[in-house]
Design a protein around this ligand. Sequence first.
Ligand SMILES: Nc1ncnc2c1ncn2[C@@H]1O[C@H](COP(=O)(O)OP(=O)(O)OP(=O)(O)O)[C@@H](O)[C@H]1O
Length: 199
Amino acid sequence: MLSAKNLTCVRNQRVLFENLSLELNAGQLMYVTGPNGAGKTTLLRSLVGLNQLQHGEITFNQQNISECGTNILFIGHKPAINEWLTAEQNLLHWLSLTQVQADSTELLYKVGLTGLTDVPVRYLSAGQKRRVALVRMWISQAKIWVLDEPFTSIDHKGVEVLTALFKRHKENGGYVIVTSHQSLPESIVDQEFKLAYRF
Ligand SMILES: Nc1ncnc2c1ncn2[C@@H]1O[C@H](COP(=O)(O)OP(=O)(O)OP(=O)(O)O)[C@@H](O)[C@H]1O
């Protein structure tokens, strides 16, 4: 179980959230919603230990989240990709950091990036760049996926592909925490967490 207890975060003298607690079980997806500036990104970064909190504790199966690095896949809303390299070169780099054996051509086909072998990422469209960033979901062995706005710039077909991937991850006992300003299919959402804007 992923558990967060009594999280408090203050930014620029504004309390974003206070005594916030949540729990997510294996095989569940949590959809974090809220207006611009409410603190969704801050909450997601906090959940994976990338953000300093004023107060609170986050554990995964009773272990502090800071000790669970290999079990977490975090994809932020800014694509953490090297734009001077091609999609395949980025993918090969990520593969080299894992024990996963995978065919890069097949993976790029799965994410809809076929035929862009020689194109540096900086020349790709916004949606194609997003797809490069998201390819990490296909090679990840992490149980916990924390995804900030994964659907931004992604077309209808791409959203369907991602939704199917979330479903498969859940069926395999994975955890998914996702923010989106687009609505998610109800069938894959187990919990909606509404973050209010605090003044
Ligand atoms: N490191 C930081 N230093 C100062 N202020 C910050 C920092 N990180 C976030 N904030 C502020 O915290 C607030 C919440 O930001 P956050 O990005 O978490 O919101 P959000 O709900 O994800 O918004 P959006 O829907 O627009 O993406 C914003 O007012 C932002 O300026």
